[in-house]
Unconditional design. Structure first.
Ligand code: NDP
Length: 502
Protein backbone atom coordinates (compact mmCIF):
# COMPACT_ATOMS: atom_id res chain seq x y z
CA UNK A 1 0.00 0.00 0.00
CA UNK A 2 1.08 3.55 -0.72
CA UNK A 3 -0.85 6.79 -0.14
CA UNK A 4 -1.75 8.02 -3.62
CA UNK A 5 -2.38 11.64 -4.64
CA UNK A 6 -4.04 11.26 -8.02
CA UNK A 7 -3.00 14.02 -10.44
CA UNK A 8 -5.78 16.08 -11.98
CA UNK A 9 -5.65 16.04 -15.79
CA UNK A 10 -4.35 19.28 -17.36
CA UNK A 11 -6.44 19.48 -20.56
CA UNK A 12 -6.03 23.23 -21.17
CA UNK A 13 -2.43 23.65 -20.16
CA UNK A 14 -0.71 26.45 -22.07
CA UNK A 15 2.59 25.41 -23.65
CA UNK A 16 5.24 27.92 -22.59
CA UNK A 17 7.63 28.85 -25.41
CA UNK A 18 11.27 29.78 -24.79
CA UNK A 19 14.08 31.16 -26.92
CA UNK A 20 17.79 30.98 -26.13
CA UNK A 21 19.88 33.80 -24.67
CA UNK A 22 22.98 34.83 -26.62
CA UNK A 23 24.83 38.11 -26.14
CA UNK A 24 21.95 39.70 -24.24
CA UNK A 25 19.32 38.87 -26.88
CA UNK A 26 16.59 36.24 -26.94
CA UNK A 27 17.15 34.46 -30.24
CA UNK A 28 15.74 31.53 -32.21
CA UNK A 29 19.06 29.90 -33.04
CA UNK A 30 20.75 29.14 -36.35
CA UNK A 31 18.28 26.38 -37.22
CA UNK A 32 14.63 26.29 -36.30
CA UNK A 33 14.53 22.96 -34.42
CA UNK A 34 12.48 22.74 -31.24
CA UNK A 35 12.44 20.50 -28.20
CA UNK A 36 9.09 19.77 -26.50
CA UNK A 37 8.97 18.89 -22.81
CA UNK A 38 6.18 16.53 -21.79
CA UNK A 39 5.35 16.81 -18.07
CA UNK A 40 6.39 13.50 -16.48
CA UNK A 41 3.47 13.83 -14.07
CA UNK A 42 0.68 14.53 -16.55
CA UNK A 43 1.87 13.32 -19.96
CA UNK A 44 1.10 16.61 -21.73
CA UNK A 45 3.49 19.05 -23.42
CA UNK A 46 4.19 22.00 -21.13
CA UNK A 47 7.28 23.71 -22.59
CA UNK A 48 8.78 24.23 -26.03
CA UNK A 49 12.41 25.28 -26.55
CA UNK A 50 14.42 26.43 -29.50
CA UNK A 51 17.17 23.88 -29.75
CA UNK A 52 20.75 25.05 -30.16
CA UNK A 53 23.23 23.78 -32.72
CA UNK A 54 27.04 23.80 -32.65
CA UNK A 55 26.93 27.17 -34.45
CA UNK A 56 24.85 28.58 -31.61
CA UNK A 57 27.42 27.24 -29.15
CA UNK A 58 30.16 29.05 -31.08
CA UNK A 59 28.17 32.29 -31.03
CA UNK A 60 27.44 31.99 -27.32
CA UNK A 61 31.07 31.26 -26.48
CA UNK A 62 32.23 34.18 -28.67
CA UNK A 63 29.80 36.45 -26.78
CA UNK A 64 31.07 35.22 -23.40
CA UNK A 65 34.71 35.57 -24.56
CA UNK A 66 34.10 39.12 -25.79
CA UNK A 67 32.30 40.07 -22.58
CA UNK A 68 35.20 38.73 -20.55
CA UNK A 69 38.06 40.13 -22.63
CA UNK A 70 36.57 43.55 -23.38
CA UNK A 71 33.36 44.03 -21.39
CA UNK A 72 32.65 45.81 -18.11
CA UNK A 73 31.80 42.79 -15.93
CA UNK A 74 35.30 41.62 -14.89
CA UNK A 75 36.41 45.26 -14.59
CA UNK A 76 33.64 46.39 -12.21
CA UNK A 77 34.34 46.68 -8.53
CA UNK A 78 33.32 43.68 -6.47
CA UNK A 79 30.78 45.93 -4.74
CA UNK A 80 29.11 46.68 -8.07
CA UNK A 81 28.94 42.99 -9.01
CA UNK A 82 27.70 42.13 -5.55
CA UNK A 83 24.87 44.66 -5.76
CA UNK A 84 23.71 43.18 -9.08
CA UNK A 85 23.75 39.66 -7.59
CA UNK A 86 21.72 40.90 -4.60
CA UNK A 87 19.21 42.48 -6.94
CA UNK A 88 18.97 39.18 -8.84
CA UNK A 89 18.35 37.37 -5.53
CA UNK A 90 15.47 39.73 -4.74
CA UNK A 91 13.99 39.21 -8.19
CA UNK A 92 14.25 35.41 -7.85
CA UNK A 93 12.19 35.79 -4.66
CA UNK A 94 9.59 37.83 -6.49
CA UNK A 95 9.30 35.18 -9.26
CA UNK A 96 9.66 32.21 -6.87
CA UNK A 97 6.21 30.76 -7.55
CA UNK A 98 6.71 30.85 -11.34
CA UNK A 99 10.13 29.17 -10.98
CA UNK A 100 8.74 26.55 -8.59
CA UNK A 101 5.89 25.71 -10.98
CA UNK A 102 8.32 25.26 -13.90
CA UNK A 103 10.59 22.87 -11.97
CA UNK A 104 7.57 20.99 -10.59
CA UNK A 105 5.85 20.52 -13.93
CA UNK A 106 8.98 19.84 -16.03
CA UNK A 107 10.78 17.58 -13.54
CA UNK A 108 7.80 16.08 -11.68
CA UNK A 109 9.09 17.42 -8.35
CA UNK A 110 6.65 18.08 -5.46
CA UNK A 111 5.72 21.77 -5.43
CA UNK A 112 6.22 22.19 -1.67
CA UNK A 113 9.74 20.79 -1.98
CA UNK A 114 10.59 23.02 -4.96
CA UNK A 115 9.40 26.11 -3.13
CA UNK A 116 12.00 25.47 -0.46
CA UNK A 117 14.65 24.79 -3.14
CA UNK A 118 13.94 28.21 -4.67
CA UNK A 119 14.13 29.85 -1.22
CA UNK A 120 17.44 28.01 -0.62
CA UNK A 121 18.69 29.24 -4.00
CA UNK A 122 17.89 32.86 -3.08
CA UNK A 123 20.01 32.35 0.03
CA UNK A 124 22.89 31.01 -2.10
CA UNK A 125 22.73 34.01 -4.49
CA UNK A 126 22.98 36.30 -1.46
CA UNK A 127 25.86 34.30 -0.01
CA UNK A 128 27.75 34.52 -3.34
CA UNK A 129 27.10 38.28 -3.41
CA UNK A 130 28.69 38.58 0.02
CA UNK A 131 31.68 36.43 -0.97
CA UNK A 132 32.27 38.61 -4.07
CA UNK A 133 33.46 41.42 -1.81
CA UNK A 134 35.75 39.21 0.21
CA UNK A 135 37.69 37.79 -2.76
CA UNK A 136 41.31 38.69 -2.22
CA UNK A 137 44.83 37.42 -2.69
CA UNK A 138 47.83 37.38 -0.37
CA UNK A 139 50.87 39.54 0.22
CA UNK A 140 54.35 38.51 1.40
CA UNK A 141 56.30 41.31 3.03
CA UNK A 142 58.61 38.70 4.51
CA UNK A 143 60.94 37.98 1.60
CA UNK A 144 63.78 40.25 2.66
CA UNK A 145 64.54 43.96 2.15
CA UNK A 146 64.79 43.72 -1.63
CA UNK A 147 61.72 41.62 -2.41
CA UNK A 148 58.00 41.65 -2.00
CA UNK A 149 55.39 39.20 -3.31
CA UNK A 150 51.72 39.74 -4.03
CA UNK A 151 49.44 36.90 -5.07
CA UNK A 152 46.46 38.14 -7.09
CA UNK A 153 43.19 36.30 -7.58
CA UNK A 154 41.88 36.86 -11.11
CA UNK A 155 38.65 35.60 -12.65
CA UNK A 156 39.47 32.48 -14.65
CA UNK A 157 37.56 33.60 -17.77
CA UNK A 158 34.76 31.89 -19.70
CA UNK A 159 33.02 29.06 -17.84
CA UNK A 160 30.82 26.35 -19.42
CA UNK A 161 28.15 25.37 -16.92
CA UNK A 162 26.25 22.12 -17.60
CA UNK A 163 23.45 21.07 -15.26
CA UNK A 164 21.12 18.05 -14.93
CA UNK A 165 17.36 17.65 -14.58
CA UNK A 166 17.01 16.62 -10.94
CA UNK A 167 17.44 20.05 -9.25
CA UNK A 168 17.23 22.43 -12.21
CA UNK A 169 17.21 25.77 -10.38
CA UNK A 170 19.16 24.77 -7.26
CA UNK A 171 22.13 23.31 -9.14
CA UNK A 172 22.60 26.27 -11.49
CA UNK A 173 22.44 28.41 -8.33
CA UNK A 174 25.33 26.43 -6.84
CA UNK A 175 27.51 27.43 -9.78
CA UNK A 176 26.54 30.59 -11.65
CA UNK A 177 26.44 33.19 -8.83
CA UNK A 178 29.94 32.19 -7.69
CA UNK A 179 31.32 32.35 -11.24
CA UNK A 180 29.70 35.79 -11.65
CA UNK A 181 30.94 36.95 -8.25
CA UNK A 182 34.51 36.21 -9.39
CA UNK A 183 34.00 38.26 -12.57
CA UNK A 184 33.71 35.32 -14.98
CA UNK A 185 31.37 35.09 -17.95
CA UNK A 186 29.40 31.93 -18.73
CA UNK A 187 27.61 29.74 -21.22
CA UNK A 188 24.97 27.67 -19.44
CA UNK A 189 23.29 24.49 -20.70
CA UNK A 190 20.53 23.08 -18.52
CA UNK A 191 19.19 19.58 -19.23
CA UNK A 192 16.89 19.73 -22.26
CA UNK A 193 14.23 18.10 -20.05
CA UNK A 194 14.08 20.93 -17.51
CA UNK A 195 15.40 24.14 -19.05
CA UNK A 196 12.52 26.49 -18.15
CA UNK A 197 13.64 27.82 -14.78
CA UNK A 198 17.21 28.45 -16.02
CA UNK A 199 15.84 30.50 -18.94
CA UNK A 200 13.66 32.55 -16.56
CA UNK A 201 16.84 33.10 -14.53
CA UNK A 202 18.35 34.55 -17.73
CA UNK A 203 15.49 37.09 -17.88
CA UNK A 204 16.06 37.97 -14.23
CA UNK A 205 19.80 38.48 -14.71
CA UNK A 206 19.31 40.74 -17.73
CA UNK A 207 16.83 42.81 -15.76
CA UNK A 208 19.07 42.93 -12.69
CA UNK A 209 21.79 44.60 -14.77
CA UNK A 210 24.14 41.77 -15.83
CA UNK A 211 25.68 43.12 -19.07
CA UNK A 212 25.04 41.47 -22.46
CA UNK A 213 27.21 38.43 -23.18
CA UNK A 214 28.07 37.73 -19.53
CA UNK A 215 25.46 34.96 -19.21
CA UNK A 216 24.39 33.00 -22.29
CA UNK A 217 21.88 30.15 -22.04
CA UNK A 218 21.45 27.37 -24.61
CA UNK A 219 19.00 24.48 -24.72
CA UNK A 220 20.11 21.36 -26.53
CA UNK A 221 21.30 17.80 -26.30
CA UNK A 222 24.38 16.99 -24.27
CA UNK A 223 26.00 14.88 -26.95
CA UNK A 224 26.42 17.82 -29.35
CA UNK A 225 25.75 21.12 -27.53
CA UNK A 226 27.29 19.94 -24.23
CA UNK A 227 30.25 18.28 -25.93
CA UNK A 228 31.03 21.48 -27.93
CA UNK A 229 30.88 23.50 -24.72
CA UNK A 230 33.45 21.23 -23.07
CA UNK A 231 35.93 21.08 -25.96
CA UNK A 232 35.88 24.65 -27.31
CA UNK A 233 39.35 26.27 -27.01
CA UNK A 234 37.91 29.63 -25.85
CA UNK A 235 36.41 28.09 -22.71
CA UNK A 236 38.66 28.28 -19.63
CA UNK A 237 36.72 26.18 -17.13
CA UNK A 238 33.91 23.65 -17.01
CA UNK A 239 31.51 23.22 -14.12
CA UNK A 240 29.46 20.06 -14.63
CA UNK A 241 26.87 18.18 -12.57
CA UNK A 242 25.50 14.89 -13.87
CA UNK A 243 26.38 11.25 -14.31
CA UNK A 244 29.85 9.88 -13.66
CA UNK A 245 30.00 8.58 -17.25
CA UNK A 246 29.43 12.02 -18.79
CA UNK A 247 31.73 13.52 -16.14
CA UNK A 248 34.49 11.27 -17.48
CA UNK A 249 33.77 12.35 -21.08
CA UNK A 250 33.81 15.98 -19.98
CA UNK A 251 37.21 15.57 -18.39
CA UNK A 252 38.57 13.85 -21.51
CA UNK A 253 37.25 16.71 -23.70
CA UNK A 254 38.71 19.30 -21.35
CA UNK A 255 42.08 17.56 -21.41
CA UNK A 256 42.63 18.55 -25.05
CA UNK A 257 43.09 22.19 -24.03
CA UNK A 258 43.77 21.59 -20.30
CA UNK A 259 40.73 23.41 -18.97
CA UNK A 260 40.02 23.53 -15.28
CA UNK A 261 37.22 21.06 -14.45
CA UNK A 262 34.80 20.95 -11.53
CA UNK A 263 32.63 17.82 -11.42
CA UNK A 264 29.70 16.93 -9.16
CA UNK A 265 28.78 13.36 -10.07
CA UNK A 266 26.88 10.38 -8.75
CA UNK A 267 26.64 8.83 -5.31
CA UNK A 268 25.74 5.56 -3.60
CA UNK A 269 25.47 7.01 -0.17
CA UNK A 270 25.39 4.77 2.91
CA UNK A 271 23.63 5.43 6.18
CA UNK A 272 25.22 3.29 8.90
CA UNK A 273 23.03 2.63 11.94
CA UNK A 274 24.13 1.13 15.26
CA UNK A 275 21.82 -0.46 17.86
CA UNK A 276 22.28 2.45 20.32
CA UNK A 277 20.93 5.04 17.84
CA UNK A 278 17.64 6.87 18.27
CA UNK A 279 15.79 4.54 15.90
CA UNK A 280 12.66 6.71 15.59
CA UNK A 281 14.74 9.56 14.23
CA UNK A 282 16.81 7.22 12.07
CA UNK A 283 13.79 5.53 10.44
CA UNK A 284 12.33 8.93 9.59
CA UNK A 285 15.65 10.08 8.09
CA UNK A 286 16.09 6.82 6.18
CA UNK A 287 12.70 7.19 4.49
CA UNK A 288 13.32 10.88 3.78
CA UNK A 289 16.86 10.23 2.53
CA UNK A 290 15.76 7.54 0.10
CA UNK A 291 12.53 9.00 -1.28
CA UNK A 292 13.27 12.75 -1.29
CA UNK A 293 13.05 13.96 -4.92
CA UNK A 294 11.83 10.42 -5.81
CA UNK A 295 15.36 9.23 -5.08
CA UNK A 296 16.55 11.15 -8.17
CA UNK A 297 19.22 12.75 -6.08
CA UNK A 298 23.01 12.38 -6.08
CA UNK A 299 22.84 12.57 -2.27
CA UNK A 300 20.11 9.95 -1.86
CA UNK A 301 20.72 7.66 1.11
CA UNK A 302 20.14 4.62 -1.06
CA UNK A 303 22.13 2.11 1.06
CA UNK A 304 21.25 1.42 4.66
CA UNK A 305 23.99 -0.46 6.45
CA UNK A 306 22.22 -1.78 9.54
CA UNK A 307 23.64 -3.68 12.52
CA UNK A 308 22.53 -7.32 12.39
CA UNK A 309 20.82 -7.12 15.83
CA UNK A 310 18.35 -4.45 14.68
CA UNK A 311 18.09 -5.23 10.94
CA UNK A 312 14.71 -7.05 11.13
CA UNK A 313 13.10 -4.40 13.34
CA UNK A 314 14.50 -1.48 11.31
CA UNK A 315 13.42 -3.00 7.98
CA UNK A 316 9.87 -3.59 9.27
CA UNK A 317 9.63 -0.03 10.60
CA UNK A 318 10.95 1.47 7.35
CA UNK A 319 8.52 -0.64 5.29
CA UNK A 320 5.67 0.50 7.51
CA UNK A 321 6.61 4.20 7.29
CA UNK A 322 7.05 3.84 3.50
CA UNK A 323 3.32 3.03 3.29
CA UNK A 324 2.51 6.50 4.60
CA UNK A 325 4.58 8.42 2.03
CA UNK A 326 2.31 10.42 -0.28
CA UNK A 327 3.07 9.73 -3.94
CA UNK A 328 1.54 11.44 -6.93
CA UNK A 329 0.59 14.87 -8.24
CA UNK A 330 3.63 17.19 -7.95
CA UNK A 331 1.26 20.19 -7.99
CA UNK A 332 -0.56 19.06 -4.83
CA UNK A 333 1.10 20.67 -1.79
CA UNK A 334 0.73 17.49 0.28
CA UNK A 335 2.71 15.30 -2.15
CA UNK A 336 6.08 14.01 -0.92
CA UNK A 337 7.18 11.92 -3.94
CA UNK A 338 6.38 13.11 -7.45
CA UNK A 339 6.85 11.65 -10.93
CA UNK A 340 9.85 9.89 -12.49
CA UNK A 341 11.67 12.04 -15.04
CA UNK A 342 11.12 9.90 -18.19
CA UNK A 343 9.54 6.54 -19.12
CA UNK A 344 13.03 5.23 -19.98
CA UNK A 345 14.30 6.17 -16.54
CA UNK A 346 11.35 4.40 -14.89
CA UNK A 347 12.30 1.26 -16.83
CA UNK A 348 15.89 1.58 -15.63
CA UNK A 349 14.73 1.80 -12.00
CA UNK A 350 12.44 -1.20 -12.41
CA UNK A 351 15.30 -3.13 -14.01
CA UNK A 352 17.37 -2.61 -10.84
CA UNK A 353 14.49 -3.83 -8.64
CA UNK A 354 13.80 -6.95 -10.69
CA UNK A 355 17.54 -7.64 -11.01
CA UNK A 356 17.92 -7.43 -7.22
CA UNK A 357 14.95 -9.77 -6.66
CA UNK A 358 16.48 -12.30 -9.10
CA UNK A 359 19.80 -12.12 -7.22
CA UNK A 360 18.12 -12.97 -3.88
CA UNK A 361 16.96 -9.64 -2.42
CA UNK A 362 13.48 -9.49 -0.86
CA UNK A 363 11.02 -6.74 -1.79
CA UNK A 364 9.85 -5.60 1.67
CA UNK A 365 7.71 -2.76 0.29
CA UNK A 366 6.64 -1.39 -3.11
CA UNK A 367 8.61 -2.68 -6.06
CA UNK A 368 6.40 -1.61 -8.93
CA UNK A 369 5.24 1.41 -10.87
CA UNK A 370 2.06 3.33 -10.01
CA UNK A 371 -0.38 3.79 -12.87
CA UNK A 372 -2.55 6.92 -12.79
CA UNK A 373 -3.41 6.61 -16.50
CA UNK A 374 -0.81 9.23 -17.49
CA UNK A 375 2.70 10.23 -16.46
CA UNK A 376 5.12 7.81 -14.79
CA UNK A 377 5.41 7.08 -11.08
CA UNK A 378 7.22 4.53 -8.95
CA UNK A 379 6.17 3.21 -5.54
CA UNK A 380 8.64 3.79 -2.68
CA UNK A 381 10.52 0.51 -2.55
CA UNK A 382 12.43 -1.26 0.23
CA UNK A 383 14.75 -4.12 -0.66
CA UNK A 384 15.95 -6.34 2.19
CA UNK A 385 18.65 -9.06 2.18
CA UNK A 386 20.75 -7.01 -0.23
CA UNK A 387 24.41 -8.07 -0.54
CA UNK A 388 27.24 -5.58 -1.25
CA UNK A 389 28.09 -7.28 -4.56
CA UNK A 390 24.58 -6.82 -6.08
CA UNK A 391 24.23 -4.09 -8.75
CA UNK A 392 21.50 -2.37 -6.71
CA UNK A 393 23.99 -1.96 -3.84
CA UNK A 394 26.82 -0.61 -6.01
CA UNK A 395 25.27 1.46 -8.80
CA UNK A 396 23.28 4.68 -8.76
CA UNK A 397 19.61 3.67 -9.21
CA UNK A 398 18.33 7.26 -9.07
CA UNK A 399 14.85 6.21 -8.02
CA UNK A 400 12.87 5.74 -4.76
CA UNK A 401 14.58 2.46 -3.94
CA UNK A 402 16.19 1.69 -0.60
CA UNK A 403 18.57 -1.25 -0.12
CA UNK A 404 19.08 -2.70 3.35
CA UNK A 405 22.45 -4.37 3.99
CA UNK A 406 23.69 -5.83 7.30
CA UNK A 407 26.94 -5.54 9.28
CA UNK A 408 28.33 -7.08 12.45
CA UNK A 409 31.39 -5.02 13.43
CA UNK A 410 32.36 -1.38 12.94
CA UNK A 411 35.16 -2.56 10.62
CA UNK A 412 32.58 -4.43 8.51
CA UNK A 413 30.41 -1.34 8.27
CA UNK A 414 33.33 0.83 7.12
CA UNK A 415 34.43 -1.79 4.59
CA UNK A 416 30.92 -2.05 3.09
CA UNK A 417 30.50 1.75 3.07
CA UNK A 418 33.80 2.19 1.19
CA UNK A 419 33.24 -0.76 -1.17
CA UNK A 420 31.62 1.26 -4.00
CA UNK A 421 33.25 3.55 -6.59
CA UNK A 422 31.47 6.62 -5.21
CA UNK A 423 32.16 8.84 -2.19
CA UNK A 424 29.71 11.71 -2.15
CA UNK A 425 28.10 11.54 1.30
CA UNK A 426 27.35 9.19 4.18
CA UNK A 427 25.44 9.14 7.46
CA UNK A 428 26.19 7.54 10.82
CA UNK A 429 23.63 6.99 13.57
CA UNK A 430 24.80 6.25 17.12
CA UNK A 431 24.67 7.96 20.51
CA UNK A 432 28.33 7.05 21.05
CA UNK A 433 30.84 9.82 20.23
CA UNK A 434 33.68 7.40 19.44
CA UNK A 435 31.52 5.43 17.01
CA UNK A 436 30.41 8.57 15.16
CA UNK A 437 33.94 9.96 14.96
CA UNK A 438 35.46 6.65 13.81
CA UNK A 439 32.93 6.36 10.99
CA UNK A 440 33.27 10.09 10.26
CA UNK A 441 37.03 9.82 9.83
CA UNK A 442 37.22 6.51 7.99
CA UNK A 443 34.35 6.60 5.51
CA UNK A 444 35.66 8.21 2.34
CA UNK A 445 33.01 10.77 1.36
CA UNK A 446 32.80 14.52 0.94
CA UNK A 447 30.05 14.99 3.57
CA UNK A 448 29.38 12.86 6.66
CA UNK A 449 26.12 13.44 8.51
CA UNK A 450 26.03 12.42 12.15
CA UNK A 451 22.57 11.65 13.58
CA UNK A 452 20.95 13.56 10.73
CA UNK A 453 20.75 13.28 6.95
CA UNK A 454 20.84 15.60 3.93
CA UNK A 455 21.04 18.86 5.85
CA UNK A 456 23.02 21.56 4.09
CA UNK A 457 23.92 25.23 4.16
CA UNK A 458 25.54 27.65 1.73
CA UNK A 459 28.53 27.89 4.13
CA UNK A 460 29.30 24.14 3.92
CA UNK A 461 31.36 22.81 0.99
CA UNK A 462 29.72 20.07 -1.05
CA UNK A 463 31.36 17.55 -3.37
CA UNK A 464 32.67 14.03 -3.69
CA UNK A 465 35.63 11.74 -3.17
CA UNK A 466 36.68 9.26 -5.88
CA UNK A 467 34.19 8.85 -8.76
CA UNK A 468 31.69 11.23 -7.15
CA UNK A 469 33.59 14.16 -8.56
CA UNK A 470 36.35 16.70 -8.42
CA UNK A 471 36.35 19.95 -6.46
CA UNK A 472 33.80 21.39 -4.05
CA UNK A 473 30.88 23.76 -4.49
CA UNK A 474 29.51 26.22 -1.89
CA UNK A 475 31.48 27.16 1.21
CA UNK A 476 33.70 30.19 1.64
CA UNK A 477 36.11 29.12 -1.12
CA UNK A 478 33.37 28.76 -3.74
CA UNK A 479 34.24 32.01 -5.53
CA UNK A 480 37.97 31.16 -5.50
CA UNK A 481 37.19 28.05 -7.57
CA UNK A 482 36.41 30.39 -10.48
CA UNK A 483 39.77 32.18 -10.27
CA UNK A 484 43.41 31.78 -11.25
CA UNK A 485 46.23 33.03 -9.05
CA UNK A 486 48.90 35.32 -10.42
CA UNK A 487 52.14 35.99 -8.60
CA UNK A 488 53.60 39.50 -8.69
CA UNK A 489 57.21 39.16 -7.61
CA UNK A 490 58.64 42.65 -7.06
CA UNK A 491 62.14 43.89 -6.45
CA UNK A 492 62.76 46.95 -4.29
CA UNK A 493 66.00 49.00 -4.47
CA UNK A 494 69.22 48.11 -6.26
CA UNK A 495 69.17 44.64 -7.72
CA UNK A 496 72.26 42.42 -7.49
CA UNK A 497 72.68 39.38 -9.65
CA UNK A 498 75.06 37.21 -11.66
CA UNK A 499 76.97 40.07 -13.29
CA UNK A 500 75.99 43.04 -11.14
CA UNK A 501 78.51 43.91 -8.42
CA UNK A 502 77.34 43.26 -4.87
P1 NDP B 1 23.78 13.08 -17.87
O1 NDP B 1 25.06 13.04 -17.16
O2 NDP B 1 23.71 12.53 -19.25
O3 NDP B 1 23.23 14.60 -17.98
C1 NDP B 1 23.70 15.70 -17.23
C2 NDP B 1 23.92 16.91 -18.14
O4 NDP B 1 25.01 16.63 -19.03
C3 NDP B 1 22.73 17.25 -19.03
O5 NDP B 1 22.65 18.64 -19.22
C4 NDP B 1 23.11 16.54 -20.32
O6 NDP B 1 22.46 17.05 -21.44
C5 NDP B 1 24.60 16.82 -20.38
N1 NDP B 1 25.35 15.93 -21.24
C6 NDP B 1 25.01 14.69 -21.70
N2 NDP B 1 25.98 14.20 -22.50
C7 NDP B 1 26.95 15.14 -22.57
C8 NDP B 1 28.22 15.23 -23.22
N3 NDP B 1 28.68 14.25 -24.00
N4 NDP B 1 28.96 16.34 -23.04
C9 NDP B 1 28.53 17.34 -22.24
N5 NDP B 1 27.34 17.33 -21.62
C10 NDP B 1 26.56 16.24 -21.76
O7 NDP B 1 22.69 12.39 -16.98
P2 NDP B 1 21.32 11.72 -17.48
O8 NDP B 1 20.34 12.78 -17.56
O9 NDP B 1 21.49 10.91 -18.72
O10 NDP B 1 21.02 10.71 -16.28
C11 NDP B 1 21.66 9.43 -16.30
C12 NDP B 1 22.09 9.03 -14.93
O11 NDP B 1 23.02 9.98 -14.43
C13 NDP B 1 20.98 9.04 -13.89
O12 NDP B 1 20.27 7.85 -13.92
C14 NDP B 1 21.77 9.23 -12.63
O13 NDP B 1 22.27 7.99 -12.21
C15 NDP B 1 22.91 10.12 -13.04
N6 NDP B 1 22.69 11.56 -12.74
C16 NDP B 1 23.33 12.09 -11.69
C17 NDP B 1 23.10 13.39 -11.35
C18 NDP B 1 23.75 14.01 -10.17
O14 NDP B 1 23.23 14.98 -9.61
N7 NDP B 1 24.90 13.53 -9.74
C19 NDP B 1 22.17 14.24 -12.07
C20 NDP B 1 21.56 13.59 -13.23
C21 NDP B 1 21.83 12.29 -13.52
P3 NDP B 1 21.06 16.46 -21.97
O15 NDP B 1 20.51 15.56 -20.93
O16 NDP B 1 20.26 17.70 -22.16
O17 NDP B 1 21.34 15.73 -23.22
Amino acid sequence: MTVLVKPQALPDVKVREFKMLIDGKWVEGVETGTIDRVAPSHGVTVSRYKSATKDDVHRAIAAARGAFDHGPWPRMTAAERSNILLKAADMISVRAEELAYLDAIEAGKPITQVRSEIAGSVDIWRYAAALARDLHGESYNTLGDGMMGVVLREAIGVVSIITPWNFPFLIVSQKLPFALAAGCTAVVKPSELTSGSTLVLGEILMEAGVPAGVVNILVGMGADVGASMTSHPDVDMISFTGSTGVGRLTMANAAQTLKKVSLELGGKNPQIVFPDANLDEFVDAAVFGAYFNAGECCNAGSRLIVHRDIAGDVTARIASLSEKVKVGDPLDPSTQVGAIITPQHLQKIQGYVSGAAKSGATVAHGGSQIDFGFGQYMAPTVLADVKPEMAVAKEEVFGPVLSVLMFETTEDAIRIANSVDYGLSAGVWSRDFDTCMTIGRRVRAGTIWMNTFMDGAAELPFGGYRQSGLGRELGRHAVEDYTETKTLNMHIGRRTGWWMPR
